[in-house]
Structures are given as C-alpha cells and as structure tokens.
Ligand binder design. Sequence first.
Ligand code: TMO
Length: 309
Amino acid sequence: MKKPHLIACALAAGLVFTAPAAAEPVKIPIHNWSSQIVGAYIVGKILGEAGSEVEFVPADSQAVYQAMCEGDIDIVHEVWEGAFGENFEKVVAEGCVIDAATHDAKTREEWWYPAYVEEKCPGLPDWKALDKCAAIFATAETEPKGRFLAGPADWLKNDDKRVEALGINFEVVNAGTADAIWAELKAAYEAKRPIVHFNWTPNFVEALYDGKFIEFPKHDAKCTTDASWGVNPDKIYDCGNPAGGYLKIGVHKGFPGKNPAAYNVVKKINFTNLDVAVMAKLVDIDKMEAEAAATKWLADNESKWRGWL
Ligand code: TMO
C-alpha cells in the first residue's frame, strides 16, 4: 500500500527513487503444528500494527534455518530447543541469523504416555521400565518390538539413534501429521490401550489428557557430540531431549537494518507457556481456524501485545 504513494512522490519530485527496503514484506514461515501456525498470524498482525507488510510462507521446519540464513525467511518465532536447537545454533554461529529474543515459555519435547499405562508397566516413567514392557506397545507393524509413534519426519528427533544407543526394544514409526498423533492418542485413551508417542509442552494435550514424559538419561550437550559420554560409551544420542528447553525467536541478520521498526517489536515479543498452550488449544480442542484463533488471542491479550509496540 505504501509503495505507490512513495513512488508517486518520487515521480512528482522528478527523482530516481527506490522504495525503502522496509516496504518489503516480512516473510514469516508456516510450519506443521498448531501453536506455531496461530503464532505466525499473531506475529504477523503485531508487525502489521507496527507498519510492516507481512507474507506467510509454508516452510519445512528444519530447512527454514538455512532459508533464514540466506534471507529468504525473515523470522522464526518458535525455535524449540529440542527439535531445532542444533540447526538454529549452527546458523547463529555462522553469523547469518540473530538470536533475537527468548520467550518466557520453557519447553520440553519427549516420548509421552497416558497415565493408565502405568498399571501395565510398573516403573514408568523410567526408560528402563519402558524397555522391559516394550511388547505391550507392539503393533502388527512393529511386533515383537514396541512402537514409538514419532512426529512428522521434519521434526528430526533422532529417535532411531536414541533407540539404538540405549538398546531399547522399540521401532520408530513417524506420523505424517500432528493430527495423526492426536487421533491415535484419542482412540488409545478411550480404549485404555497402551501407547507411547511424541508430545511436547506447552501444548493442548495437558488440558485434556493425564500422562507423563519418559525419563531418559538426562540431556547433556555432550550427549549429541561425544560418544564416550553417557550410558553407551560407543554412541551419541544415549539421552533424552532437553527438559526446561528454550523457545527463541531468530531473525535474518539483514532484518534489523532492513526494518528496524519491526525488529524493535520482535525483540519484545514474549510468549509464556500459557500463551503457547492456548494457541494450540484454540485449534486442537476448540477446532478454530488458525487465523480466527490468532484474532481471538489478540483480542484476549491486547494489553500484553500493545506493550510490545
Ligand atoms: C516442534 N514441536 C513443538 C512440534 O516439537
């Protein structure tokens, strides 16, 4: 909307005029889990209030870090330490992405089971107990091994490597979508059937279902780089995902120079666990469309986000 006006002014003044770079839309990725999609529209609306145009770009949740490094994406507002820490920290270290802000939300992404499973598998949530009763999680596809229902492959949780390093009797089966996990959880829960699947917090799940994360050996930075560390002296990934992980915002290194007004707002954006859980809940429990959910969150939290402007 701004561009034609600026160009008209430039023509009137008889100048060769280049529209300022800030007139370029801020490119925000859309990934494949509910809080992120709702949050993308929320961030878009807030940056719109700050005078920016925005463009939403469907993007793979791992490849997005290289895309942000190359300037094809401006901002990733939900950088989960467990899933994306490695790829995010790599591009930050390269200097092409800025670690712009850390939300108050503390995150965990891990294998999870409904509470009723404990009756059939004493010793949970310990991972050794899980291994002993692997057979109760078997499906036709995985028997005699237990099935671990993992997330979509782009969340890249290294579960195959974890299974191998810990020597547990499980096979990893990736769900195609987050919704496929929730449908299986619902069906298992109603039938009180054992299931262990990928889950995370903050999420809507904790508002609907009672359950716990598996306690694997505690995460350590060395676990993913130093084979000699941990219970398996020959393999990396012999540990769980970080508990109390960060949720960060990253931006392309050129973003502050290109759009300082938007960058100043981005640095202040700060979601709590409840904010992220509510974004997921509006879609996954209340069945709202993501854009309508964003509009509702913005209306319910106006004083909070106006404070970031
Ligand atoms: C990145 N995720 C929250 C789906 O684990």
